[in-house]
Design a protein around this ligand. Structure first.
Ligand code: UD1
Length: 430
């Protein structure tokens, strides 16, 4: 099993290039099979979840040409099979996007119930409610969600919660339904807008993405397009917090500063400096960090996917901070690991009360999920001594070359496979 080994204490300096947004790219790849013409997608992040989805759409008959690590051509005209199930797709959350895409195009879909990170109960009742409102019959049997419709009809859907997944899924099915669909209380996340832009570039008629009312007029067919995925706001935010915690001065390239506003605001509150450019941000930090309060909220609020990284930063800020998680109920599983590194955090219900400590100390810890795994790496970059992070499989689901990019800005981190690699690393850094 591979691990990351980190020697903490180095501030970070230099430039880092942010990859395409995983969560936008997953939905876009699913939507790409909705046309029979060839779609070209660029700025794909080269991460495990994307590769699983590409392999899966290939398995059901789509032609996938990997032009290079970040560019792919997809042709969905050869799809024979609307049943999606394999041991890999069961583990990723975004498998559910194939429901909306296949149901929209073929009016039939069978997709394994989605997996993903264990951050709480993650129902898909709102997705199903949306499909049913459009006239589909949806059943769950043998671990699959089975949806079929004689024909899909546009309708009015109110989402009880502003769900990113449900908004995108309903938008995809509605793009090829008969008539007009209105989604109220829609999610406003940047990737919702990106998927709408992508579908529109294929000939869909979607208005209002980015607001809480999205209007979709169904079209009979979609056509070819070339599209570049937006930059990953969570990867960018993770690097921003790494610099905030470790100190230093780093320019992040290929970002949309507007998408990072909540992250930037929190960094400023704790005493870091952030300069915004057209498609870059510079973060510099060095002095002591101040305590603050943060609550996760749907966009444009502070993203739940940045919550563990924020907690790592506050763990070494002066005074007492609180982090309130309002989206998922089980997103503090990293706290025990961080405590092993010296953090002083008490969790009461959905609030973490964090008393800042002077420093973290290196320990062997395990990544409980994707974002918490990245947060533990950040803690390792700050900690005194050596940190070993197990279960980096989770981190590689969503961060492209995380170790390589961190090394590029001065982080002492290696991916290792065995004890020999570990000894080599220790010799190198001592
Ligand atoms: C997506 C992201 C994930 C991010 C989350 C919130 C992907 C693949 N994953 O997850 O990284 O943390 O958005 O920004 O893009 N809910 C229901 N019923 C549903 C759907 C959702 O009750 O049918 C609830 C969820 O339990 C949660 C809230 O709605 O409390 C938001 O979830 P949602 O936005 O759907 O998250 P995901 O699409 O799972």
């Amino acid at each position: 099993m591979e691990q990351y080994v980190i020697k903490g204490g180095n501030p970070l300096y230099g430039e880092v290039e942010i990859s395409g947004a995983k969560n936008a790219a997953l939905a876009i790849l699913a939507a790409a099979i909705m046309t029979d013409e060839t779609v070209t997608i660029e700025n794909l992040p080269n991460v495990r979840d994307i590769n699983v989805l590409l392999r899966t759409i290939e398995e059901i008959g789509a032609r996938v040409e990997r032009v290079n690590a970040h560019k792919v051509r997809v042709n969905g005209s050869f799809i024979q099979n609307v049943s999606v199930d394999n041991e890999f797709i069961r583990k990723i959350r975004a498998s559910y996007y194939l429901l909306g895409a296949l149901l929209g195009k073929y009016k039939r879909a069978e997709v394994a119930l989605p997996g993903g990170c264990d951050i709480g109960s993650r129902p898909i009742d709102l997705h199903i409610k949306g499909f049913r409102a459009m006239g589909a019959q949806v059943d769950i049997a043998h671990g699959l969600v089975i949806a079929r419709a004689q024909h899909l009809a546009g309708t009015h859907i109110y989402l009880d919660k502003s769900s990113v997944g449900a908004t995108i899924n309903i938008m995809m099915a509605a793009a090829m339904a008969d008539g007009k669909t209105v989604i109220e209380n829609a999610a406003k996340e940047p990737h919702v807008v990106d998927v709408a832009n992508f579908l529109n570039s294929m000939g869909a008629n979607i208005r209002g993405a980015g607001t809480d009312v999205i209007r979709i007029v169904g079209v009979e067919r979609l056509h070819k397009t070339e599209y570049s995925v937006i930059p990953d706001q969570i990867e960018a935010g993770s690097f921003m917090f790494a610099v905030g915690a470790a100190g230093g001065d780093v320019l992040l390239k290929n970002v949309i500063p507007k998408h990072l506003e909540a992250t930037t605001a929190k960094l400023l509150e704790v005493g870091c400096m952030v300069d915004e450019f057209d498609d870059a941000v510079r973060v510099h930090s060095g002095g002591s960090l101040h305590h603050t309060q943060v609550t996760t909220l749907p966009y444009p609020g502070f993203p739940t996917d940045m919550q563990p990284q924020m907690a790592v930063l506050l763990g070494i800020a002066d005074g007492t901070s609180t982090v309130t998680e309002s989206i998922f109920e089980n997103r503090f599983r990293y706290v025990d690991e961080l405590t092993r590194m010296g953090a002083d955090i008490k969790v009461e219900s959905n609030i973490a009360i964090i008393r800042g400590v002077e420093k973290y100390t290196g320990a062997r810890v395990s990544a409980p999920d994707l974002r918490a795994g990245a947060a533990l790496v950040i803690a390792g970059l700050v900690a005194e001594g050596i940190t070993i992070v197990d279960d980096i499989y989770y981190i590689e689901r969503g961060y492209e070359d995380f170790d390589k990019k961190l090394r590029g800005i001065g982080g002492q981190i290696e991916k290792i496979s065995d004890d020999k690699d570990l000894q080599k690393f220790i010799l190198k850094v001592s």
